[in-house]
Design a protein around this ligand. Sequence first.
Ligand SMILES: Cc1cc2nc3c(=O)[nH]c(=O)nc-3n(C[C@H](O)[C@H](O)[C@H](O)COP(=O)(O)OP(=O)(O)OC[C@H]3O[C@@H](n4cnc5c(N)ncnc54)[C@H](O)[C@@H]3O)c2cc1C
Length: 504
Amino acid sequence: MAQTLDADVIVIGSGIGGLVTATQLAAKGASVIVLERYLIAGGSGGYFERNGYRFDVGASMIFGFGDRGTTNLLTRALAAVNMKMETIPDPVQIHYHLPNNLEIEVHRDYEQFIKELGDRFPHEREGIRKFYDECWKIFNCLNAIELLSLEEWRYLMRVFFQNPFACLGLAAYLPQNAGDIAKKYILDPELLQFIDMECYCWSVVPADRTPAINAGMVFSDRHYGGINYPVGGVGKIAEKLAEGLDKAGGEIRYGARVTQIIPKAKSGKGAIGVKLASGETLYAKKVVSNATRWDTFGNLLKDEPLPSGEKGWQSRYQKSPSFLSLHLGVEASAIPDDAACHHILLEDWNDMQKEQGTIFVSIPTLLDRSLAPEGHHIVHTFTPSWMSEWEGLSPSEYEAKKNEAARKLCDRLLAIFPKLEDCLDYQEVGTPRSHRRFLGRTDGTYGPIPAGKPLGLLGMPFNRTSIPDLYCVGDSTFPGQGLNAVAFSGFACGHLVASSLGLV
Ligand SMILES: Cc1cc2nc3c(=O)[nH]c(=O)nc-3n(C[C@H](O)[C@H](O)[C@H](O)COP(=O)(O)OP(=O)(O)OC[C@H]3O[C@@H](n4cnc5c(N)ncnc54)[C@H](O)[C@@H]3O)c2cc1C
């Protein structure tokens, strides 16, 4: 007997990937239900409030809010459901504080950045220019075409005939890594370490394991669309997308944890709906999972054999570490008014990839004062950390370990903000366990990283899965981590599903 359908599409999870998929589909006329296990939308792009501070859970350095080209995917995702956001331009993407007093600011202005880096490495001026200019070539190809699903042949044909040179350019870069391009032009080992850090701080792997396409996007868009902070905090992006979804006729349910994707009864091969922790069952023509692929296949389909495509992917990619996060509220006098919003700190190159090696710092109140009580700043500091470091501890051992880790992080931060220690007003520590608990991500992982040297982006899975009518979206699908990247994944997934429903 045919099931009564609750919607055309069920989306599991309201991270930015899930929300962009849902809004794209709703805007095209599909009926959509988003099921979110937590109390608010946004996932890693969400927020929490304590003592008058509004903290970003994770992301604070936001790409994709430009007003031109095609790579401004957050602007475009909001516009698709008649929403827009006010943002504040960030004049500096990152201020790096690296070993051997390597202090570099990545200015929004490309020439200013290239000059500053060239002044530090005068013998490599030409190589620096050639490397970053090649990244622009990749970006210009991406930015010339509509970014939709590479799995939909009619789109591929259309985009190829509209812009064959951009498509061929991208195809050539698809199997390449940023490190190979850097080494064509640059010899200085310290400068190559800097390029490693330029990649590591968003891909969590060095340049020779970072796909050239992603590097082209990040290293150019920061000077093109720029880094722009959403007024009211990063959580506002998900709030606006959820509002747009509602206005477009879609629905989002909170506290709705999916426990199982229901396979088609007879064949056992297709997805027809989901079961919730409440015991409720919902049916749809298509199911999209915004949970990570490990959670989708390891938890929501745990009674099904792991498809060979997923086995292959899991052997090529591994889970990246999670983060130890320190959310601080501090008196404003701790932070100079002219400090950059985002900082990277590393004292020894050998520690870049180690547990709690590289430190990331964001102070979004330098751009939007409304996020903290008057006269105060938010300082979000985080550093890679593995789940294995935090398991098997008694509650008191766990608390003690958190406090000790926070103290060490604060001590290291004094190198950039010497007054910090005397100005602390509020402190909250998140560990990989917090990321797993609140974001529903296995081991709290930040996402996939290649297990060995990848063939650029060629090994990343797209949205379709080997289970009919089941799709994945988010940072464990092409093109990977970051809000603008998962928005790309959402555009692609929305387009692919809409095409299979005959809506485009
Ligand atoms: C500390 C940190 C800092 C970061 N900094 C930046 C940055 O500065 N800039 C940037 O662009 N990116 C940054 N990122 C990365 C970026 O936040 C993520 O790549 C992106 O938000 C992931 O989005 P997603 O849609 O794939 O998944 P998620 O954000 O993980 O969302 C998935 C959603 O699905 C829900 N869910 C999962 N399972 C179920 C289930 N069974 N039932 C119902 N709901 C479920 C979850 O609750 C969650 O809301 C950062 C990430 C972290 C952790």
